[in-house]
Design a protein around this ligand. Structure first.
Ligand SMILES: Cc1cc2nc3c(=O)[nH]c(=O)nc-3n(C[C@H](O)[C@H](O)[C@H](O)COP(=O)(O)OP(=O)(O)OC[C@H]3O[C@@H](n4cnc5c(N)ncnc54)[C@H](O)[C@@H]3O)c2cc1C
Length: 481
C-alpha cells in the first residue's frame, strides 16, 4: 500500500521526526482497531509504529473466534445466552481474579465491536461456534479464514483514509517520551539504525501484544497456574516469535505503569509437537475427542484450557491425539476455519487418516478396543444415553454423535499461547500506576494489558477483548470522554 513507509534500504530514514494526534505502538488487531476508532473519533493524523515488516501480529494467525452475545445469530440456532451468563463464565473461567468492571464492559460490548467491524466490511458467518475452552457457544467467525480476515479489512480502511492513518513498518518503538509533568507526549523508535521520533498530541496507545515468545521473561514470572511446569524453550509457543516479546510492558513500566497478573500464562492444549504452532486440526469446535496414546479419553473435551492442558501433562509423554471424523471434514478437500484440508495435512504427515477405527488404531499405535470405547463414551454423552465420567456435557447445538469414517488423528501437545497479565488499565483503556491513577497521555489495548482474563482466558475472549477495547478507545483518547 503506497502510504506505508517501506524498508530503509529503499527509502532510508535519517533521524526523522513525525507529528500526530495519536500514536499507536503495534500494528496487530488491537493497534489497528484503535487507529481506526481514533480516526473516526476525529483524529486528523494517526501514526502506527510496527516492529515487523507487515501488519497483523498474532491476530493475523489467530483462529479469529470472537465471543459475543448476539441475539440474532444465537437465537436462530436456538442458543440461550445473556450478557450476565457471558460475564459469569468469563469471571469463573478466569478463577474470579479478573477485574469485574473490565469484564462487564467486554462482555456487554463485544457485540458492538462485531457490528462495528461489519460496518467496516468484515463479513461474519451466521453460524455461531464454540472455541476450545470457551465455556459457551458464542464464538463468531469471519467468512474468510483466520484473523487475517480482520487485518485485511483494517488495511483497506487505512488505505482509504487519505493518509489520516499512516503506518511505519520495520519501526520498533524503543521508549516513551514524557514531559516534566509525566505526561506521555511521544515515542522514540528505530528504523534500521535511524532514530524515528513521533510526537503525540493526544496520547500514545500501546498495543504490542503479549510476551509468550519471550522465553526468559515468561520463565521469570511463571509463579502462577503453571509454576510446576518449566516454560523454557522445550515448550513451544503459538505466537509470532519476534512480535510477542513484551516490549510494551517494559516501556509502560518505565513510564510508571503498574504491571499486573504477569504470572497468569495460558497454555493451549493444541500445539504441534516440536514447534508449538497450531497449524493442523485445531481443537476449536465440537465433535472431536481427546485420547491418550492408548486411545483412552482422559478429560472432558469441553473443559477450560488450563484443565485440558493439566490433564495432558498427566498422560504418557505429555501428549495426546485429537480424533475427528467425517463430521468435521466431510471431504478430503473441505477447507476448515483456517483454510486447511485433510489432503494437505495428510500429505505433510501431520494427520493420520483411516477408513475405520481399527485401522486408525493400528496406524497410531492406540488400542482399538480403547479407542472404540472412547468414541462410544462421547456418543453416549452427546445423545444423553449416559452421564460422561469426565463431565462432558452436550450443551452445544453443534454436538452430534461421531459414527462414520473416515477418521483422522492429529498429535498435540500443550503450548504457550496467551499472557493474561500486563499493563493495568481502567475501562477507558488508560494505563494506571500502582495507586490506580491514570498516566496522562498513555493508553493500552489488547494482549499487552492485564486484568480482563484473570488466571485463565476463555477461548474466543482475546479477539473479543482487543476489538471491544480497540473500538472504544478512540473517543477516550481523542475527545477526552
Ligand atoms: C495461533 C493463534 C490462534 C489464536 N486464536 C484465537 C482465537 O481464535 N480467538 C481468540 O480470542 N484469540 C485467539 N488467539 C489470541 C489472540 O489472537 C491474541 O491474543 C490477539 O490477537 C492479540 O492481539 P494484539 O493486537 O493485542 O497483539 P498482536 O496481534 O500480536 O499485535 C501486536 C503487534 O505489536 C507489534 N509490536 C510488538 N512490539 C513492538 C514494538 N516495540 N514496536 C512496534 N510494534 C511492536 C507486533 O509486531 C505485532 O504486530 C490466538 C493466538 C494465536 C497465536
Amino acid at each position: 500500500m503506497k502510504q506505508f513507509e517501506k524498508k530503509a534500504e529503499f527509502h532510508p530514514i535519517h533521524d526523522r521526526t513525525y507529528e500526530a494526534d495519536v500514536v499507536i505502538v503495534g500494528g496487530g488487531g488491537a493497534g489497528l482497531a484503535s487507529a481506526i476508532s481514533s480516526m473516526q473519533a476525529g483524529a486528523k493524523k494517526v501514526i502506527v509504529l510496527e516492529k515487523l515488516g507487515y501488519l497483523g501480529g498474532s491476530t493475523n494467525v489467530s483462529g479469529a473466534a470472537l465471543n459475543a452475545v448476539d441475539d440474532k445469530r444465537q437465537k436462530a440456532q436456538g442458543i440461550q445466552d445473556s450478557f450476565e451468563t457471558f460475564y459469569q463464565s468469563t469471571m469463573k473461567g478466569g478463577h474470579n481474579v479478573g477485574n469485574p468492571e473490565l469484564v462487564r464492559y467486554m462482555t456487554r460490548h463485544s457485540i458492538d465491536a462485531v457490528h462495528w467491524m461489519e460496518s467496516l466490511g468484515v463479513k461474519f458467518k451466521d453460524h455461531i461456534g464454540a472455541a476450545t475452552g470457551s465455556l459457551g457457544q458464542r464464538s463468531h467467525y469471519p467468512v474468510d479464514p483466520s484473523g487475517n480476515a480482520y487485518i485485511r479489512v483494517f488495511e483497506k480502511v487505512i488505505a482509504d483514509s487519505n493518509g489520516k492513518i499512516q503506518v511505519l513498518l520495520d519501526t520498533p518503538a524503543k521508549s516513551l517520551i514524557q514531559d516534566k509533568s509525566g505526561r506521555v507526549i511521544g515515542v522514540v523508535a528505530d528504523n534500521f539504525g535511524s532514530k524515528v521520533t513521533v510526537k503525540a498530541k493526544d496520547g500514545v496507545i500501546l498495543a504490542t501484544g503479549g510476551f509468550g515468545a519471550n522465553v526468559a521473561f515468561r520463565q521469570k514470572v511463571n509463579t502462577g497456574v503453571w509454576k510446576h511446569v518449566r516454560l523454557d524453550d522445550t515448550i513451544g509457543c503459538t505466537n509470532i516469535q519476534k512480535a510477542a516479546q513484551g516490549d510494551g510492558l517494559f516501556m509502560a513500566q518505565k513510564a510508571g505503569a503498574e504491571l499486573i497478573g504477569l504470572s497468569d500464562i495460558q497454555l493451549h492444549p493444541c500445539g504441534t509437537p516440536g514447534t508449538g504452532l497450531m497449524e493442523n486440526i485445531r481443537t476449536s469446535g465440537r465433535n472431536r475427542i481427546f485420547v491418550n496414546s492408548d486411545g483412552q479419553r482422559f478429560v472432558s473435551e469441553g473443559a477450560a484450557r488450563d484443565v485440558l492442558a493439566n490433564a495432558i501433562f498427566h498422560q504418557k509423554g505429555s501428549t495426546y491425539w485429537i480424533v475427528v471424523n467425517k463430521l468435521r471434514y466431510p471431504s478430503r478437500d473441505f477447507k476448515d476455519s483456517m483454510g486447511a484440508t485433510i489432503r494437505d495435512m495428510v500429505a505433510l504427515g501431520a494427520v493420520v487418516e483411516a477408513p475405520t477405527l481399527d485401522e486408525l488404531a493400528q496406524k497410531t499405535g492406540m488400542k482399538a478396543a480403547d479407542l472404540k470405547a472412547s468414541i462410544q463414551q462421547y456418543n453416549d454423552a452427546v445423545t444423553g444415553k449416559q452421564k460422561d465420567r469426565f463431565g462432558f456435557i452436550a450443551n452445544n447445538t453443534d454436538d452430534k454423535p461421531m459414527t462414520e469414517g473416515p477418521w483422522y488423528a492429529c498429535k498435540k501437545v500443550p503450548t504457550v499461547h496467551h499472557t493474561m497479565g500486563g499493563i493495568r488499565i481502567d475501562v477507558k483503556s488508560e494505563a494506571l500506576n500502582a495507586k490506580g491513577q491514570p498516566i496522562p497521555g498513555l493508553y493500552a489495548v489488547g494482549e499487552v494489558t492485564g486484568g480482563i482474563h484473570g488466571a485463565n482466558r476463555l477461548g474466543g475472549n482475546a479477539i473479543a477483548d482487543i476489538m471491544t477495547f480497540g473500538h472504544a478507545v478512540g473517543p477516550h483518547i481523542v475527545q477526552g470522554k
